[in-house]
Design a protein around this ligand. Sequence first.
Ligand SMILES: Nc1ncnc2c1ncn2[C@@H]1O[C@H](COP(=O)(O)OP(=O)(O)OP(=O)(O)O)[C@@H](O)[C@H]1O
Length: 229
Amino acid sequence: MSQSIVELKDLQLSLVGGGGRVNILRGVDLEVARGETLSIVGPSGAGKTTLLMAVSGLERATAGRIRVAGVDLAGLDEDELARFRREHVGIVFQSFHLVPTMTALENAALPLEFAGEQDAQPRALEALTAVGLQERVDHFPGQLSGGEQQRVALARAFVANPSLILADEPTGNLDLETGERVMDLLFRLQAEQGTTLILVTHDERLSARCTRRLQMVDGRLLESTRSPS
Ligand SMILES: Nc1ncnc2c1ncn2[C@@H]1O[C@H](COP(=O)(O)OP(=O)(O)OP(=O)(O)O)[C@@H](O)[C@H]1O
């Protein structure tokens, strides 16, 4: 088995919008080792979110090679991509993306329910307990604070023990202190499960917690040295 969980070679992604074709990813080369924590920083509009979408199979690359967890994503149809995500990837978004009509427990159980797991609810309870929300399992997202909602999202991302977690500005909607606590949890779960983490962030301190940092500029990845803190 390959040591790299993510292998991108000259990955390109363009989208056609009202203003014509936009080349968003312009030849991305990347190898991420299993268990590594990688941060991607860079200016707004550089293509960071789009890169995460491509790695999760939510956006299709236009050209280039994309292998994640040993799976060649270009060869998969939509159903196969959905199965790939269920089996290998957990995603944490800036705006939480919880289902508002479902309780915390139901939200956290979703990946397991989709996978047809019999023990979805007890495992979701375990995941919510790991993020300190065992008292809030029957609450709906609207009854939870932003930090609590993001902790439910963390429970959901980790519940199926994915090999890869993709986090897109996970503290972007949280105050500093709440964001710190959410990130402590994210890194604790990552370390406990040995999960690979790719983190897109504007926050230098978060980026500094990762073992490697890359910069995305104009649709390409560059090695990046840490700015002095
Ligand atoms: N569906 C789309 N159609 C056309 N252009 C798009 C689409 N989605 C994204 N873009 C453009 O692609 C570029 C990269 O967007 P992306 O969200 O990946 O950047 P980003 O680096 O994550 O930015 P930010 O830090 O602001 O979140 C932007 O110029 C954006 O406007």
